[in-house]
Design a protein around this ligand. Structure first.
Ligand code: FES
Length: 116
């Protein structure tokens, strides 16, 4: 069991947005969707792109590099890369779908805290 660490203030994260935060050596994607906060690893398990630079659609983030999609509620893979290039085709075969590590989030006052 980890320790809750302040990641942001509520005002830093408008509804429907996400941001990258660095907490004690963890690169974390923090998102606010439907008034709830979600935290997951920010590094795509496919080939390492920063998911915070991708697109957020509801609680699903799309990787900016090859289009893998992950549900931030539980880290599950919604779609593994669909990039049509030959390198990604090979990478898709070699690298099996892998979900994101997620983190517990709690809010105290206007402080969003993540358990790391
Ligand atoms: S690096 Fe994210 S889908 Fe390839």
């Amino acid at each position: 069991m980890g320790k809750f660490v302040e990641a942001a203030r509520i005002g830093d994260l408008p509804e429907g947005t996400m941001k990258e935060v660095s907490l004690q050596g963890h690169n974390i994607l923090l998102a606010r969707v439907g008034g709830k906060y979600h935290a997951a690893e920010n590094i795509c398990p496919h080939m390492g792109a920063k998911l915070s630079q991708g697109k957020l659609d509801g609680a699903v983030v799309t990787c900016p590099r090859h289009g893998s999609r992950f549900d931030l509620k539980d880290g599950n893979v919604v779609r593994w890369t669909n990039f049509p290039g030959p390198v990604s085709t090979i990478a898709r075969v070699i690298k099996k779908p892998q979900g994101l590590k997620t983190y517990q989030v709690k809010v105290e006052g206007d402080r969003i805290q993540v358990e790391v």
